[in-house]
Design a protein around this ligand. Sequence first.
Ligand code: SAM
Ligand code: SF4
Length: 491
Amino acid sequence: MTHRQHQEAADQTTPAQQAAQADARPNARKVFMRTYGCQMNVYDSERMNDVLGTEGFSATENMEDADLVILNTCHIREKASEKVYSELGRIRKIKEERALAGKDMMVGVAGCVAQAEGDEISRRAPIVDLVFGPQSYHRLPELLAKASGGTKVVETEFDIDAKFEHLSERAARPVLKRPPAAFLTVQEGCDKFCTFCVVPYTRGAEVSRSVEQIVTEAEQMAASGVREITLLGQNVNAWHGQGANGETWGLGRLLRRLAEIDGLDRLRYTTSHPRDMADDLIEAHRDLAELMPYLHLPVQSGSDRILAAMNRKHTRDDYFRLVAQIREAAPGIALSCDFIVGFPGETDQDFQDTMDLIRRVEFGSAFSFKYSQRPGTPGATMSDQVPEDVKSARLQELQELIASQQTAFNASRQGMTCNVLIERKGRHAGQVVGKSPWLQPVAIDGPEDLIGTIQAVEITRIAANSLFGRLIAGHHDFIGSTADGHQGGGI
Ligand code: SAM
Ligand code: SF4
């Protein structure tokens, strides 16, 4: 997947939002939520919707109908932040039109731009009533009450423990129906301070949720029909907790515990840092049928010089060793990655080292980005910033290589039979779409009532970003030995 596709995917409605209409309550106040950026923001939006559901809100897909608009924002690259201000310009007009019709509209900016820019946002966009950072979502009712009394609210404290404590119970009356595949945040923040990255500043220090909170939430999700959970964290594999006997658990142990929950058939996790890929986690890929054969393991660069300047604290050889160990434990696994091109000081040779790493590893997919100077990070003030045209040319070359590897990986699935979790209606009538074990979308001819079931599917056709398949097990939930992922898929 290219950067653009990734960004578009993130900016579009999620399956959860598609389910919103079914849950709409006619007389409720309406909330329109737009989510930018990563899956953690998608999860946070779902949880804000949970909180708003208990406050009597129902979701709308139509901003013109909304009593409350929330933009859940991303600050990771400059473009992501600027999108928020252009969207606020559009919202201003809608708010004015509603005011002429005698209707109020409250506007909130949440997420990492809110955290980073605080009251600068209401200065640039006076229509904004509420600015609140990612650690304040559980306080939304209180913040909304303040804002509706006419006070401009800016809330950017870092009280992450309080957030985890309050959000540990899934709301009994959520705004949105649960989709069959959902996210669960287990860890937030980051202490690694890569020199290009704003996350340690916008999300704060690394904090893990407790085993108990995570298991409780996962059980509630499974009980409400969720079949697949993706554990989320900026550094998800740095997660650690305490088992019942006081022993320290890492992510591998947590996955083993979650795999015991009835009805939870699939587990994933993202995003991992190469330094925190513990043996126990790699062994979980070997041992757990529920753990899907897909791993997103960003390396950022293939040049040791640039990796050191980025403060990544791993080398390219460390990465090669890890990949070999992971592939030995889980031979068919799909590997995915993040790359940044044009970090300050990156020479042609450094870039070619990255291309060489990609050729040697062979990825199933990857996200790639031009380096973006983020205020407050060490990279922003480094000399030797790379000119924009050089960054663009490198990005194009890298994305072509990744696209060819993705095509080859997808083509290697042709003719295979694998389990697909059916998640939503397809674009065409009589079509449904689900995910393969390797996280590829698979379109299948079949009725809507397959949504939420796992089906055995033969992959019959391959397109650039998705697969097409044929049901082979008929019309019932299929959980059997054809479940793929633990047999070698061959990359
Ligand atoms: N924690 C993850 C890791 O260590 O790889 C990454 C999380 S970050 C939210 C997602 C991706 O955004 C990064 O992997 C990186 O490729 C990209 N990114 C972060 N800062 C960036 C910047 N200043 N310019 C371009 N891309 C950036
Ligand atoms: Fe950002 Fe990931 Fe580095 Fe943390 S480890 S600073 S989240 S890129």
